[in-house]
Design a protein around this ligand. Structure first.
Ligand SMILES: O=P(O)(O)OC[C@H]1O[C@H](O)[C@H](O)[C@@H](O)[C@@H]1O
Length: 306
């Protein structure tokens, strides 16, 4: 990572910011937040949060050692924004699929350049908003007309993210999405997720069959599931626990690639599957959303302490 370059956006006066600085990471422009209570990094490409670290703590998000910060390349780790569709286009509901003109997984927002809208700071928190206008520029990939606004709120309590989609077209808009959060663990085999017991889930690794979760979720190999639940969760790792609370979500994706898939993944060290897991706040599977003209939907997550 290079040092801060202090380049202000045209619309905001740099003097207003005490804790946030422009920076460049590889080929990407980023905002680095150095607040006395926490640090955070957001890349403008993808509105991608790659780091959130409260003072005197380890980072709360996992970022691959092999992550590459390049134009039009998804960053491996942090919180990619999957929008306006989640996963393989072919696996989306027909209503969502009919707008997708690409075979790319997870939509185009994670590699698109977002626009900085606002930075607000005080002694306790920092709030940063970015927007993506998906009206004309993405017409080769998607036939929707929508705008996405994402707001990150950082404080000593944790990190809160809200992603609001507004349909600008007279036609109804069906879309799917996820805040694809990567979390660290010192040992995936001693990691569990509480709060999904009794939920139905789609096991994408077993012919997309429905199953029911008994008790906590444990990891013993490749795991890739869409849970029909947006209830509060706790991720328990040997090093500590994180609590997740969501808004506007009735689905949660749980993913760990396991050894074999890890070897095939881009920008992912072969053994890194032992030290990460994804718990994704989603509108996926049957939980896609439909907006009428001018209507908005907010998907959000609060990643907090126990
Ligand atoms: O490699 P990516 O496109 O970033 O996708 C990474 C993973 O994302 C989600 O969790 C999906 O459920 C997985 O099937 C996929 O492998």
């Amino acid at each position: 990572m290079s040092e801060s370059s202090n380049r202000p956006p045209l619309s905001l006066s740099p003097g207003q910011w005490s804790f946030t600085r422009w920076s460049t990471i590889g080929q990407l422009e980023a905002l680095k937040v150095h607040h006395p209570l926490f640090k955070a990094v957001i890349c403008l490409q993808g509105a991608h949060l790659t780091q959130f670290t409260p003072q005197d703590e380890k980072g709360w998000l996992w970022l691959s050692n092999a992550a590459r910060f390049e134009s039009e390349r998804a960053i491996r780790g942090g919180i990619p924004v999957c929008w306006p569709w989640f996963g393989d286009p072919k696996r989306n509901a027909p209503e969502v699929r009919k707008r997708i003109l690409s075979d790319k997984a997870h939509g185009f927002a994670r590699t698109a350049l977002w626009k900085l809208e606002d930075v607000r700071e005080n002694a306790h928190e920092v709030e940063i908003s970015l927007s993506l206008d998906a009206t004309e520029d993405f017409s080769d990939q998607w036939s929707g007309h929508a705008i996405a606004l994402i707001t990150f709120n950082f404080s000593v309590r944790g990190c809160q993210i809200a992603l609001t989609t507004t349909n600008l077209s007279p036609d109804p808009l069906a879309f799917s999405q996820a805040l694809h959060s990567y979390f660290p663990t010192s040992d995936i085999t001693r990691t569990r997720i509480l709060g999904l017991g009794n939920s139905d889930y789609i096991d994408t690794l077993d012919h997309w069959q429905y199953r029911n979760q008994e008790g906590a979720v444990y990891f013993d190999g490749e795991t890739d599931r869409i849970y029909e639940s947006g209830e509060p969760l706790t991720i328990v790792t040997p090093g500590g626990s994180r609590r997740l609370r969501t808004v506007g979500s009735d689905s949660t994706v749980v993913w760990n690639p396991g050894a074999e898939k890890a070897a095939r993944l881009s920008d992912f060290p072969n053994l890194a599957w032992k030290n990460m897991l994804c718990v994704e706040t989603a509108n996926a599977g049957g939980d896609y959303r439909v907006l009428s003209e001018g209507q908005s939907h907010t998907l959000g997550v609060l990643i907090g302490r126990m």
